[in-house]
Write a protein that binds this ligand. Structure first.
Ligand code: DON
Length: 307
């Protein structure tokens, strides 16, 4: 469902076009050639009414935003207690690609599911049928949430795979501690494929509508997640979704969120609204500079801050 674009969103984009700063992510070579001028915003209401402006049909790879949805999928399928055995919920206060294993507990595990070590572990927990690929399970699930068939960006996938030294070393560490229980290379590559799924800001807010609406997809009325799963995902998005900028984000924007290195950010105010922005230039934490700007403005204008 799409409705006429409100002037408000168009104004937001116009005002932020002058904002400068940030750099394109370059550790994935293919991302370094992204068009830095792309800019889009979308908003979805509790009952699934969608508004979007700017480059709202432009596809970009979902990257780390995928971590929130695969975590929800795995928590729902395996139950929270089982997932908690493998991945914690403590903010790491570190960069997204730190190894960050929590050794203070009775077992060693990644600190949370939003950093790479946690997300790779979560990916490994996706139930795998014989000859089945976990990334394909994720693609089908994201397509169900988005309401259209999503595709992999194979150029991004290939490019990241060729330079995935850091994620592979995280994978081998996880395997060393038996947190990953099978071939780390296969799991890391499948996780990278999950990150390469193409979305638009409209897809992102459609996907988020299930989190806004306490687990029920407004478009179909189908219950996808229990309340417990939604609460868990939104909790880790609140504390860990923006990595080592999570405190700043919570103070200034004040809603559960998740960012990705291609330049997307999602934000959810439960029971009210889902927001998605896209602009490829990033700050030093790996979060979109204009994206943060727009989210801050929307939070102020619409009084979205949780507190
Ligand atoms: O694991 C990686 O490095 C990427 N595929 C995803 C990282 C990411 O999006 C971090 N977010 N800001």
């Amino acid at each position: 469902m799409n409705t006429p674009v409100p002037d408000y969103l168009a104004d937001l984009l116009r005002n932020c076009k002058t904002a400068h700063g940030g750099e394109l992510a370059d550790y994935i070579p293919e991302l370094a050639s992204a068009d830095p001028n792309k800019l889009a915003v979308a908003l979805i209401t509790l009952d699934g009414l969608l508004y979007s402006v700017g480059d709202d049909d432009y596809e970009f790879s979902i990257q780390s935003i995928s971590k929130a949805f695969t975590y929800a999928y795995v928590v729902e399928k395996l139950r929270l207690e089982a997932v908690m055995q493998k991945v914690g919920v403590e903010p790491s206060g570190e960069a997204f690609n730190e190894i960050s294993l929590d050794q203070t507990d009775d077992r060693i595990k990644p600190k949370n599911p939003m950093i790479n070590s946690g997300a790779i572990t979560v990916h490994s927990l996706i139930p795998k049928a014989e000859n089945d690929c976990r990334a394909e399970t994720v693609r089908q699930f994201f397509s169900q949430l988005a309401g259209r068939e999503l595709s992999f960006d194979l150029a991004i996938f290939q490019s990241e795979k060729e330079t995935a030294f850091r994620n592979l070393s995280i994978g081998y560490s996880l395997r060393n501690f038996n947190i990953l229980e099978s071939d780390p290379v296969e799991i890391v590559e499948s996780y990278l494929k999950q990150c390469s799924i193409n979305v638009t800001v409209k897809d992102l807010v459609n996907m988020m509508s299930v989190l806004v609406n306490d687990g029920i997809l407004p478009r179909t009325g189908e219950r996808i997640f229990s309340h417990k799963t939604v609460r868990q995902v939104l909790t880790v998005m609140t504390t860990c979704g923006m990595y080592n900028a999570a405190g700043d984000w919570l103070a200034n924007v004040g809603i559960p969120a998740k960012s990705g290195v291609s330049g997307g950010i999602i934000g959810v105010l439960p029971g009210q609204v889902g927001l998605a922005v896209f602009s490829p230039k990033l700050d030093r934490f790996g979060n979109s500079v204009r994206g943060i700007d727009i989210m801050q403005q929307m939070s102020r204008d619409m009084g979205l801050h949780l507190l």
